[in-house]
Design a protein around this ligand. Structure first.
Ligand SMILES: Cc1cc2nc3c(=O)[nH]c(=O)nc-3n(C[C@H](O)[C@H](O)[C@H](O)COP(=O)(O)O)c2cc1C
Ligand code: SF4
Length: 442
């Protein structure tokens, strides 16, 4: 019998690995500025300063880099929306909230290679003419916040931050700000409210952050992985970046794979790798487990099944399969996992994290978690399935922000693919998991 330690991924799967953002992760002490500099650190910044800011924006446009925070918006285009010569201050805000269930890529990046992010922040700020930047990191990530703050201090001490950086005439201050641990503060406008000191709730759009962001001034909000990609694009060029991934989804991507695989973790591959290859890289399925359902990019992306093992995990491939790439948080579940219970846990999360600003999300999640609990308690009815789908119908496209939309994904996709599992509880073929009614929040 082959043990998980002896497991050898196929050559085809191994050839999919493209360590770019992760290449320094295994170098000892790479988070220290001296080591980072020895490993090519801050050379992209020097190169960037020899270019005009507009040329850097064009370079990022040409690279085809798309936002790594979930929506996949073209980064260069976003930077290009910042009005120039408007007399207003400009801001860069890095979204390091990383709250999407299953997602674990930004935190390891900030722990292993914080200067890659700091260097990306300086280059991006120079490109959009921002003299103040903030990294908004989730409150629980105390370890990563400490490491980032140390990196920022080191960068100031070496003259990479502050006034007249490397004699370029460009000034930049960078602040690491810890949130209080709310998923909604990852939504970019709620994040901006939180950064300004208000309760984090989404803002009405338009106006968009590009014109009315932090303190009502032009602001770019980008994900950690997006900004950390920038120094590599500056050094390698657009064509090099496009040599990885697919035509419409170029570049490398950090996939975080968790669940019933032998070696969960982060695997950096060109966009378009398949789940079959990722599972292979992750040492295969755990012994005795057969793949049943999985999320391509966190619980807000509709789940898929073992029929979808060979679809490219890129923006287009996932859209074609009726889901989204999201944060590439690949969560793998097996035939020994209960899909109704998993869905219940996810909706309990959305109910807990709903900011309460709009009725569909606040009330919809409240009722959905109760109905799911009732089904798991063996007291569900056939009508409950219709009510769940009806609630989703009133959430999707009717919520104030994408948290409400995302909350429908686990419910609609699990009923679509695994209705029988719900019926097993409703029709008494499966023993109840809970007893009695749900009391309290969830
Ligand atoms: C409820 C919710 C939570 C989000 N959480 C995050 C997050 O933790 N990190 C992140 O980068 N983007 C998150 N986003 C997406 C952001 O709103 C935004 O699209 C992203 O930061 C833009 O960066 P990008 O263009 O580099 O992807 C979230 C969106 C929603 C609706
Ligand atoms: S959808 Fe949910 S999280 Fe978003 S504004 Fe409405 S209540 Fe708040």
């Amino acid at each position: 019998m082959t043990t998980s330690l002896q497991y050898q991924p196929s050559q085809e799967s191994l050839s999919k690995l493209t360590p770019v953002l992760t290449k320094r992760w295994l170098s000892p002490d790479a988070w220290k500025i001296d080591v980072y500099e020895r490993l090519d650190g801050y050379t992209a910044l020097r190169k960037a300063f020899s270019s005009h800011p507009d040329d850097l924006i064009q370079l990022v446009k040409d690279s085809g880099l798309r936002g790594r925070g979930g929506a996949g918006f073209p980064t260069g285009m976003k930077w290009g929306f910042i009005p120039q010569n408007d007399g207003k201050p400009h801001y860069l805000v890095v979204n390091a909230d990383e709250g999407e269930p299953g997602t674990c890529k930004d935190l390891p990046l900030m722990m292993a290679d914080p200067h890659a992010l700091v260097e990306g922040v300086i280059i991006a700020s120079y490109a959009i003419r921002a003299n103040f930047a903030a990294i908004y990191i989730r409150g629980e990530a105390v370890h990563a916040a400490r490491r980032l703050r140390a990196a920022v201090e080191q960068a100031y001490a070496k003259g990479y931050l502050g006034t007249d950086i490397l004699g370029s005439g460009f000034d930049l201050d960078l602040v690491v700000h810890s949130g209080a641990g709310a998923y909604i503060c990852g939504e970019e406008t709620a994040l901006l409210d939180s950064l300004e000191g208000y309760r984090g709730q989404p803002r009405l759009r338009p106006p968009f952050p590009a014109t009315h962001g932090l303190y009502a001034s032009p602001t770019v909000v980008n994900n950690v992985e997006t900004i950390a990609s920038v120094p590599y694009i500056v050094l390698g060029g657009a064509a090099w970046f496009r040599s990885m991934g697919t035509e419409k989804s170029p570049g490398p991507k950090i996939y975080s794979i968790s669940g019933r695989v032998n070696h969960p973790g982060q695997y950096e591959c060109g966009l378009g790798v398949t789940l079959r290859q990722l599972i292979d890289l992750a040492g295969g399925m755990q012994p005795g487990h057969r793949l049943k359902f999985w999320t391509p990019g966190g619980s807000s992306t509709p789940m898929l099944t073992d029929e979808h093992l060979d679809i490219p995990l890129d923006f287009e491939g996932m859209a074609g399969a009726g889901t989204m790439l999201g944060t590439t948080a690949v969560q793998v579940f097996s035939d020994q996992d209960d899909i109704v219970y998993a869905t219940y846990r996810w909706i309990a999360f959305y109910h807990h994290e709903s900011c309460g600003k709009c009725t569909p999300c606040r009330e919809g999640n409240y009722w959905m978690v109760r109905i799911l609990h009732r089904i798991l308690a063996g007291q569900g009815t056939h009508q409950d399935l219709d009510t769940l789908l009806d609630a989703c119908d009133n959430l999707l496209g009717r919520s104030f922000c994408a948290l409400g939309d995302g909350a429908t994904s686990p419910v609609t996709s699990s009923i679509k693919y695994f209705k029988q599992d719900y019926l097993d509880y409703i029709e008494g073929r499966k023993a109840p998991m809970f007893h009695g009614e749900l009391v309290g929040a969830h």
